[in-house]
Design a protein around this ligand. Sequence first.
Ligand SMILES: Cc1cc2nc3c(=O)[nH]c(=O)nc-3n(C[C@H](O)[C@H](O)[C@H](O)COP(=O)(O)OP(=O)(O)OC[C@H]3O[C@@H](n4cnc5c(N)ncnc54)[C@H](O)[C@@H]3O)c2cc1C
Ligand code: FES
Length: 271
Amino acid sequence: MSQAPFARRLLTVTGLDELGAYRVLRVADPDGPEPEPGQFAMLSALEGWGGGEHERPLLARAFSIARRSGGESHFLLEDVGPGTQRLCELRAGDGLWALGPLGRGFAAPEGGRRAILVGGGVGIAPLAILQDQLEGPTSVLLGFRERSRAQGAALLDGARVASDDGSVGHHGLVTDLLVAELQRDPEAVVYACGPAGMLEGVRAICERGGVPAQLALEAGMACGFGACFGCVVPKRGGGYLRVCVDGPVIDAAELERVDAHAAAPIGDPPA
Ligand SMILES: Cc1cc2nc3c(=O)[nH]c(=O)nc-3n(C[C@H](O)[C@H](O)[C@H](O)COP(=O)(O)OP(=O)(O)OC[C@H]3O[C@@H](n4cnc5c(N)ncnc54)[C@H](O)[C@@H]3O)c2cc1C
Ligand code: FES
């Protein structure tokens, strides 16, 4: 597992590219540790990260490392609130604090099994770096709400797409594509990241079929390194897992189910 240096590092933004409804944030990080697919970083902008007059200070936010290329780290962003909105405003030359890579990533398939990558929405991010590093044939199944988000599929090669509104690809859930794919190859191993409802669908399908699955979870994270217990999810058989250090990639067999409350946000400190 790649370990983060003990302190956050000040990096320089090299660009921000549009990808439909999403943005790809590129950051120069030539000396950073090589991440495992599935690991994440806690990011915050050097400037304008709350804390001004009449502003709440913001905590760093968690983002999957989507790709490493030419000494850059890439992050896929969806603007859903103050932190992601600020990151989506960054321009080349701006400063970005990064702590990472953090957490446990995906493990490579064993025994010559074929990998099926299943992503939903901005959750496709860690599947891109996974696809970059996997050897051998893979299937990529991605689900989006609508057309502008479905443009995110360009982040991966050869993706089959489903959309909720039928504007692109299969009209329905990405889990429909997964069921069909597993009928063709029940010996495959599944790697998934996306919203909790999608992950629960993937978990249940894989459990019924006896298919191994690794799920990259999201949870509200205040620290990102195991100290605050803000990110816990219940473990099968009792007890809890901290998503930031026991995950974010967790073997589906360790979970009874994936609950939406895993994605509850952590409040920023009061102003
Ligand atoms: C391991 C990990 C990897 C992630 N990777 C990415 C990524 O690659 N790209 C990306 O855009 N986002 C990613 N996220 C989610 C991202 O951290 C949140 O969207 C971000 O913190 C929201 O901050 P905000 O200030 O913009 O919005 P906030 O005001 O904090 O939240 C806006 C809305 O998003 C919800 N939300 C906040 N945090 C989370 C969360 N962790 N999970 C689910 N819902 C949340 C809130 O309930 C609220 O409705 C990841 C989260 C985790 C834990
Ligand atoms: S985010 Fe603090 S323990 Fe996981």
